[in-house]
Design a protein around this ligand. Structure first.
Ligand SMILES: [Zn+2]
Length: 65
């Protein structure tokens, strides 16, 4: 029996702003390209769990209140 570890799928949102469908890809696709089944767009799956942080830090830090 070739039983692999339980792999949590990664939930992503398609980066295509006109699509934005929610995709679930296997954990094994981290750092690789996947294709959105809806719009057919290829994009890279983020490698680490810093997905949320990366999005925030990628935003311009021009908010001084
Ligand atoms: Zn898409």
């Amino acid at each position: 029996m070739d039983r692999v570890k339980t792999r949590m799928p990664i939930t992503l949102i398609c980066p295509n702003l006109l699509c934005r469908s929610i995709l679930q890809v296997p954990d094994a696709t981290r750092g690789r390209k996947v294709r959105c089944g809806k719009c057919g767009r290829d994009f890279l799956v983020p490698t680490a769990e810093n997905t949320k942080n990366a999005k925030k830090s990628a935003a311009p830090a021009a908010q001084a209140e």
